[in-house]
Design a protein around this ligand. Structure first.
Ligand code: AQP
Length: 321
């Protein structure tokens, strides 16, 4: 099975990115043909600072490898190193109905949050469709927020195939129901652009600040609370061992759950959980030249896979004379 997914270098990667996409990708490495990439062209819709984008791209690649992605067991590259994707984006955008994009929640949410609208932000799902279709991916592990974009990719593929003949594989999203949406500090979806994240790699002091800022309600300690509606519990459950989780769940249900204590326990769990990755990250950051080489080699492999699909598209639509 060909499995593909990308991640934006639009800020510090967070635990929502990890559970929604990075961890499922890493666990697919053994069994499947894996395509993983850093989507810098997508990040350009929100980052207009050359230094920040360039540094963020290299760091996102380092982070992914530190967390367990092994570049020798997959194809791992930076999106803009394969320019074929932008050509395919244009072809696909000529047959993407405006209404399909106008219905996308992600665009509407971002505008509502005050993020500047642009043609690139609006057309984001078409570039994502090109990413997926160019490599004929069958499965795409994503968080629930990306489900609609996957549907757009399928709709575009169906339209292309019906207009020009069977060309693209129809991709299927892979969404783990338990991890579909990791909540942010404020209870909304954890998102780099909403400033409500728990970053995977940050200093202990900053991590503590973020964990202590998780919003909880003001129900008195002794009163029962619904754990499933508690933001803190929903983050805690991602890291706590099963027996401890059960104890904490019982405290919620019967009274006695102390938010401050649970936050400090969560902090400890988080710090330990990512300890080995933090050490690997330090080693990788010490040799950025090696990381660039890995990405360059990955891009060569990705281009070799992309070229036949793009050639087929050109021929089918008449861009060969
Ligand atoms: N809160 C989340 N819960 C579960 N999965 C999530 N993902 C993101 N946030 C959560 C998944 O992470 C993958 C990579 O995301 P992305 O960086 O490409 O874009 P995004 O979904 O828009 O992530 P952010 O953090 O919200 O970035 P910004 O704010 O820059 O747009 C995707 O598979 C996503 O589902």
């Amino acid at each position: 099975m060909r499995v593909l997914s990308g991640i934006q270098p639009s800020g510090q990667l967070h635990i929502g990115n990890y559970f929604g996409m990075m961890q499922p990708m890493i666990s697919n490495m053994a069994e499947h043909e894996l395509y993983a990439f850093i989507v810098d062209l997508h990040a350009l819709t929100s980052v207009h600072d050359a230094q920040r984008l360039a540094t963020g791209t290299l760091e996102a690649a380092v982070d992914f490898m530190a967390l367990g992605l092994e570049p020798e067991r997959c194809i791992f590259w930076v999106q803009s190193d394969v320019p074929e994707v932008t050509e395919l984006t244009w072809v696909l955008s000529t047959l993407t109905p405006m209404g399909l994009l106008e219905r996308c929640h992600s665009y509407k949410d971002k505008i509502a949050k005050g993020i500047a609208s642009s043609h690139g932000l609006f057309a984001y799902p078409v570039l994502m469709a090109a990413d997926i279709l160019l490599y004929q991916a069958q499965r795409v592990p994503v968080g629930k927020d990306q489900k609609q974009h996957l549907e757009v990719a399928r709709d575009i593929a169906i339209k292309f195939n019906s207009l020009f003949g069977d060309t693209f594989v129809l991709p299927e999203p892979v969404i783990d129901a338990d991890l579909a949406v990791v909540p942010g500090l404020d209870g909304q979806k954890m998102s780099k652009s909403y400033g409500n994240t728990i970053p995977i790699f940050t200093g202990e002091k900053e991590l503590k600040k973020r964990v202590m800022a998780i919003v909880t309600d003001s129900t008195p300690v002794d009163e029962p609370k619904d754990p499933d509606r508690c933001n803190l519990y929903n983050i805690f459950k991602l890291f706590a061992p099963a027996d401890r989780l059960k104890e904490v769940r019982d405290l919620y249900l019967n009274g006695g759950a102390m938010y401050g204590k649970i936050k400090l326990e969560l902090l400890e769990l988080l710090w330990e959980y990512f300890r080995p990755a933090r050490q690997r990250r330090e080693q990788l950051l010490a040799d950025p030249g090696q990381v660039r080489d890995i990405l360059r080699q990955g891009a060569e492999k990705a281009r070799a896979k992309a070229a036949p699909t793009l050639e087929e598209v050109r021929r089918r639509v008449g861009l060969r004379y």
